[in-house]
Design a protein around this ligand. Structure first.
Ligand code: SF4
Length: 220
């Protein structure tokens, strides 16, 4: 559906924008797989600004996955209490214990192996595989799918982030040489510019190749 020149332009423009505009978070300053996997678990349905202090506190108390695996459930629950979603506490502990017992404490790099861990769904597995190991994994959530839908005028449903069609398109667009930068830039463009209610097309770097954005420019 997309010409190779459009895909090339989209990748270059998005990554260029990302170089100057990526949001700064502590889990983006590291390539330590344990830190990144922990952050992705904490970020599940939780705002990043809420996660930052808890992320630091968990790592201070449990600096390695071995330390986390040895944690007491009640202590971990206390640390994570302010984030809500209490069901993830035992899953996080179980996940750490399985990483130690099955993988010797090494976080697996592949989406397939990550998904065998307790509480790790496709999004967290893909994000960890990409951000910690630089693997070319498409990242689909409500936000990235929204951008995709607007770029190519696709009908977006709640189920689209799980659809094969959107996954195939995202995999086609993904810059396989710079997957981490590409995915971070797309996530941040969705959060900062291509927002749900009021996309700021007038300051979007992708406007000239976006079907929704071109409409906006024509209507002005
Ligand atoms: S031009 Fe507008 S609709 Fe298209 S990606 Fe940018 S912000 Fe979203």
């Amino acid at each position: 559906m997309n010409s190779s020149s459009t895909i090339h332009q989209l990748r270059e423009t998005l990554i260029e924008w990302g170089r100057d505009n990526l949001r700064v978070y502590p889990w983006r300053e590291t390539r330590e797989p344990y830190h990144i996997l922990l952050a992705e678990v904490l970020l599940h349905r939780t705002r990043a600004d809420q996660v930052v202090p808890i992320y630091h506190r968990v790592l201070e108390r449990y600096p390695t996955v071995h330390a986390l695996a040895a944690a007491q459930l009640e202590d971990l629950a206390d640390l994570l209490r302010s984030l809500g979603l209490h069901w993830r506490v035992p899953l996080l502990l179980e996940m750490a214990r399985e990483v130690v017992s099955r993988f010797g404490g090494d976080i697996p790099a592949s989406v397939e192996m990550l998904r065998t861990l307790p509480g790790i769904g496709l999004y967290i597995a893909a994000a960890t595989s990409c951000f910690a190991f630089d693997r070319p994994e498409p990242i689909l959530d409500t936000n990235t799918v929204r951008v995709l839908g607007r770029l190519f005028r696709l009908d977006v449903q709640e189920s689209s982030r799980k659809s094969r069609k959107f996954r195939t398109i995202m995999a086609e667009l993904l810059d396989r040489d710079r997957p981490r930068l590409f995915n971070l830039a797309l996530l941040d463009l969705a959060a900062l510019i291509c927002t749900p209610a009021m996309p700021a097309c007038h300051r979007c770097p992708l406007q000239s190749i976006c079907l929704y954005g071109s409409q906006y420019a024509t209507a002005k």
